[in-house]
Design a binder for this molecule. Structure first.
Ligand code: AN0
Ligand code: CP
Length: 316
């Protein structure tokens, strides 16, 4: 059966097979163009993007698909997501009509919808993403929703599988400082995938930045960054705002920025970040400009991750 929804690791039965498929597509990008012939994907962005937009577009083109992009936040009508409201305010059309119409034009829809970071229940129930799924009537792929970024996490796993030098590498997700409140989607999702992968997984964060436990079952969690970094093979750097109090940037913790000095106790760790990254705030420029950084390689693998998922959706 073809894949109908890609919103989390739970939509995939065999993550190792999917990772192997992505790496095989990297060797043979154009071998499945027949699958996408006369098929169209619509990529709908409610928020900005560089990598997700370009890599998913490239993946679809490699599979022979037609691609349409809608920057809903800038070019679309303001959407209403609430039911049973009289629409006499600023929203112009309801998600029920908008999604249903998009489904008429596309065989697959991709949706990016960030969290508001105000109402935790609303964000964690994925109201916006789920309404697209509910009303569009075609398969949907998440381009990062309120609580997860599965295409990113798959590319991250592909990168680790590809570059690991030991059978079961030590992978550390370490919190980084930032000036703005960022979603928990990338760390939630990375944790969820790593807990299912054949790796030794540790999360390090300052007190107060605990992630929702639903995503971290099976991970070692510590507030001591040095302890986590010891003998690490891969270090994944990412900021996130607090889960409790929800969406807040807690003061202090500037010392959590990853620097070259901190790498000394690692197993010549390769440093990852989903990007965009703020230099010398989240991660030192010295690391980003060194051979320890694999962030560009990681971003390049977004194409093969997206292509493996779209291929599963196109296969009957
Ligand atoms: C977003 C986030 O942290 O979820 C997107 C990352 C892929 N990052 C920013 O908003 C800077
Ligand atoms: N990593 C990532 O998803 O980047 P964009 O926000 O630029 O798509």
């Amino acid at each position: 059966m073809a894949l109908k929804l890609f919103s989390s690791v739970h939509d995939i039965q065999d993550i190792n097979a999917l990772t192997a498929s992505a790496l095989a597509l990297k060797q043979n990008p154009y071998g499945f163009q027949h699958l996408g012939k006369n098929k169209t994907i619509a990529l709908v962005f409610l928020n900005p993007s560089l990598r997700t937009r370009m890599s998913t577009q490239k993946a679809a083109l490699n599979l022979g698909m037609n691609v349409m992009v809608l920057n809903m936040d800038k070019e679309g009508w303001a959407l209403e997501f609430q039911d049973n409201v009289i629409m006499n305010g600023s929203s112009v059309e309801h998600i029920r009509e908008a999604a249903a119409v998009l489904g008429q034009y596309a065989d697959i829809i991709g949706v990016r919808s960030f969290p508001g970071l105000k109402d935790r229940n609303e964000d964690y129930s994925e109201t916006i993403f789920n309404k697209f799924v509910q009303y569009c009537g075609v398969p949907v792929v998440s381009l990062e929703s309120a609580t997860r970024h599965p295409l990113q996490s798959l590319a991250d796993l592909v990168t680790i599988q590809e570059l690991k030098t030991v059978a079961k590498p030590k992978v550390v997700l370490t919190w980084a400082p930032h000036v703005k409140p960022l979603p928990q989607a990338v760390p939630n999702s990375f944790a969820e995938w790593m807990c299912k992968a054949d790796v030794d997984f540790t999360i390090a964060h300052p007190k107060g930045f605990e992630l929702c436990e639903d995503f971290t079952k099976g991970a070692s969690i510590t507030n001591n960054q040095d302890e986590a970094l010891a003998n690490a093979d891969f270090i994944y750097v990412k900021n996130w705002s607090a889960y409790e109090p929800y969406g807040k940037v807690l003061p202090g913790n500037e010392g959590w920025m990853l620097t070259h000095k901190k790498l000394e106790i690692t197993n010549q760790a390769k440093v990852m970040h989903c990007l965009p990254v703020r230099r010398d705030l989240e991660l030192s420029a010295e690391i980003l400009d060194s051979s320890s950084s694999i962030v560009t390689h990681q971003a390049a693998n977004r194409v093969w991750a997206a292509q493996a998922v779209l291929k599963m959706m196109l296969e009957g």
